[in-house]
Design a protein around this ligand. Structure first.
Ligand code: ADE
Length: 359
């Protein structure tokens, strides 16, 4: 698109965003009329691969509990993970905690404003660095995620292959943000307008072109090809995982839980004792051996139900059992159901507990 075309698009998007953008808690500006760098970093990490509606349910409580870099940097990892509970993809919580420590120690507690320093923080890639730099610090930095890439490809009538779409979209977004800044528009508003348009109007299916502020400049719309852009990504099937969990409640209503290892899926989170297999469901005897120490006690496990759970990379089949008199020890501890709410437990394991009538 020409420079003047870019300026017109940037103006239309920015005006539309000011009128029609959703009011979201991380978009609210402070008295300085700037967005706070820390709150922006928290929200952008939460929003990585996660729906706005889910982030809305957790963001305010998280920043109330950890209101600034210093508080988060000094927090225990378990309490950070607990506050993250329900958001899924927990590596982000560890990254955010690591980022707060690094900002506290290396940047005097102030979130850096340049993409190079931001990009050195754990969990902060090009998108998040560009988002924080532009939204909180008005830096002329581009951002590209799936939404932005789709909007730009449709606007320009491009059908880039999945392999080329990223590089093309970053160049187009960069040109657009530079044109916007050259005429005094806010790069943060432009970037958020692009993501907002992609999330609410220029959606993958059934885009609401009638509500689009740049419909008259959209090459895809002019040729009616908006739904054919972008080209579908070749998908790799989610890998299977089979989990069998045992929910054991003692005479005082306390639930037996164990902690997962430090790596991989749901790292360091707590769970009802759970046995996993990649290729097939664990047998009841294997589970009895794992939980009760004796395969021959399989008859003590009662099946409570099962469910499918999807994570970013896995399709997980859970089967839930209940049992009485399961020994604690060996890293397994008994917790009251009230105490469970302060412990990092994945959504999947909360479903496991609920299926057995706990929580
Ligand atoms: N997705 C990523 N960043 C976002 C933001 N700031 N607002 C809404 N959705 C987003």
């Amino acid at each position: 698109m020409s420079d003047s075309g870019d300026v017109a698009v940037a103006r239309a998007l920015t005006t539309w965003f000011r009128r029609h953008g959703r009011v979201l808690p991380w978009r609210v500006r402070g008295r300085s009329s700037r967005r706070d760098g820390y709150r922006t970093l928290v929200s952008e990490l939460m929003l990585q691969q996660t729906q706005v509606s889910r982030v809305l349910a957790h963001y305010e409580a998280f920043v109330a509990r950890f209101p600034d870099v210093r508080t988060l940097a000094h927090a225990r990892e378990q309490s950070v993970l607990a506050a993250w509970s329900g958001l899924g993809y927990y590596r982000r919580a560890k990254h955010l905690h690591g980022a707060a420590k690094m900002i506290h120690h290396e940047h005097q507690g102030r979130v850096p404003c340049d993409v190079a320093s931001l990009g050195r923080l754990p969990g902060v890639g090009a998108y998040t660095a560009g988002a924080v730099a532009s939204l909180a610090f008005d830096r002329p930095e581009a951002i590209v995620d799936g939404n932005v890439s789709r909007v730009l490809q449709r606007l320009n009538g491009r059908r880039e292959s999945a392999a080329d779409a990223g590089a093309w979209a970053w160049a187009a977004a960069d040109a657009l943000v530079r044109s916007a800044c050259a005429v005094g528009l806010s790069p943060g508003d432009l970037n958020e307008a692009l993501m907002e348009l992609g999330a609410t109007v220029c959606t993958p299916r059934g885009p609401r072109c009638g509500a689009c502020p740049v419909r008259d400049r959209c090459v895809a719309r002019a040729s009616g090809s908006q739904e054919d852009i972008p080209l579908p990504k070749p998908t790799s099937p989610r890998r299977r995982l089979h989990c069998a969990s045992v929910v054991a409640v003692d005479g005082r209503g306390r639930v037996l839980i164990e902690q997962r290892g430090p790596d991989g899926l749901w790292a360091d989170m707590w769970q009802a004792p759970t046995l996993e297999r990649l290729d097939r469901p664990p047998t009841r005897s294997e589970l009895a051996e794992y939980v009760l120490g004796r395969a021959a006690d399989a008859g003590m496990l009662r099946r409570a139900g099962g469910f499918e759970h999807q994570t970013t990379h896995r399709r997980v089949r859970f089967v839930v059992y209940t049992a009485r008199s399961v020994p604690a020890g060996d890293g397994r501890v008994l917790k009251s159901s009230r105490a469970l709410s302060a412990i990092p437990i994945s959504n999947a394991q909360r479903k496991v507990l609920a299926m057995a009538g706990v929580g």
